[in-house]
Design a protein around this ligand. Structure first.
Ligand SMILES: [Zn+2]
Ligand SMILES: [Zn+2]
Length: 335
């Protein structure tokens, strides 16, 4: 299956957790948390449509300035999602700079503050020196917080040592598979039209005529006909991102709202279980607890992240604890 989401932990399992997810066939990406990072190229930052912040501890939020610096001159807005207080915190960052020469900049920052039963949305434009331009309150039910054509995002409010911390899921509505054998049999040649076909199917726009490259030259064929000939629909891909939470009943019940059967779960393994008392007090998970959550969320692969520096030379034990409930694989945990 050709992946729709191409995800990577920018800093690996160590240091600040930053998960970058490229949306295939689109020049856009979603990032989960935004602490210190060095290895994202400018083109990757420019592709960012959305940043989902779990909470505003410095090591999850300080990289926002680096993103802002790179996207400052673009036209497309930047969406930021975060827990209670995120509007004030993002505005504070924006307003800490001088903007007397930005009146012709097009960038707009849309900040979405996720609260129980509602989302507060604030807009701030570079042209206005990032002053608050508008604010609205939108009711919400369930976990859905954002929807685009190729993906949607869900969030649940968790507890991190007394502050709200969001757990996220990135999901694909359904997955479109192209049957390679059928492609060859029909004499069609792969090209950008396949991406357009997927967009038409996702938009329900199967009446659109597409220009298809074939071995006997270009042909114009309705998307609906191509769908019948070439496409198999399967369950959509899904990724969950969970960090900075204590292993409490309340947090585990809230996580259950995100559902089960994730293709990939990125989850903090801050401590080894020998420090589970400290983990509870500081609102973190041990590797053993993360493994249990991975099992209960039925994650296909679980990737440990945000390992405390005190355990960086004990990664084999982190994996061993995490795999107490799972079977190990080189790049994650497979059940
Ligand atoms: Zn934290
Ligand atoms: Zn943290």
């Amino acid at each position: 299956m050709r992946p729709s989401f191409v995800s990577r932990l920018v800093n690996g399992p160590f240091f600040d957790p930053v998960l970058y997810v490229r949306i295939a066939n689109e020049k856009r990406a979603v990032m989960f948390d935004c602490g210190y990072f060095q290895t994202l190229a400018d083109r990757e930052l420019l592709a960012l449509d959305t940043i989902c912040i779990s909470h505003a501890h410095m090591n999850h939020f300080m990289g926002f300035d680096s993103v802002l610096r790179t996207v400052l001159h673009r036209k497309e807005p930047l969406n930021v999602y975060g827990p209670e207080g995120i509007i004030r915190k993002v505005l504070s960052k924006l307003q800490s700079y001088t903007w007397n020469l930005s009146s012709d900049y097009a960038l707009e920052i849309r900040i979405h503050e996720i609260l129980p039963g509602q989302v507060n949305i604030a807009r701030a434009r570079a042209a206005a020196g990032f002053a608050l331009c508008s604010e609205e309150v939108v009711p919400r039910t369930g976990a859905l917080i954002a929807a685009a054509q190729r993906y949607f995002i869900e969030a649940v409010i968790l507890d991190h040592a007394g502050i709200p911390c969001l757990g996220y899921a990135l999901k694909e509505p359904f997955h479109i598979n192209i049957r390679k054998g059928a492609l060859t049999k029909k004499g069609y040649k792969a090209g950008t039209w396949l991406g357009k076909l997927k967009s038409c199917i996702l938009a329900g726009n199967t009446g659109q005529i597409l220009r298809v490259k074939t071995s006997s030259g270009d042909r114009e064929i309705p998307a609906g006909e191509l769908k019948e000939e070439l496409v198999v629909i399967t369950e959509g891909q899904s990724i969950a991102y969970v960090t900075d939470i204590a292993f409490t009943e309340r947090n585990r019940s809230a996580l259950a709202i995100l559902g089960k059967g994730f293709g990939r779960l990125y989850i903090e393994t801050f401590y080894l279980d020998e420090l589970r008392g400290l983990a509870l007090r500081r609102g973190h998970l041990t590797a053993a607890q993360a493994g249990k959550i991975a099992a209960s969320m039925k994650a296909g692969q679980a990737f440990p992240m945000h390992v405390s520096p005190r355990f960086h030379d004990r990664m084999d034990e982190i994996f061993a604890e995490m795999t107490g409930t799972c079977k190990a694989s080189p790049d994650g945990i497979i059940h």
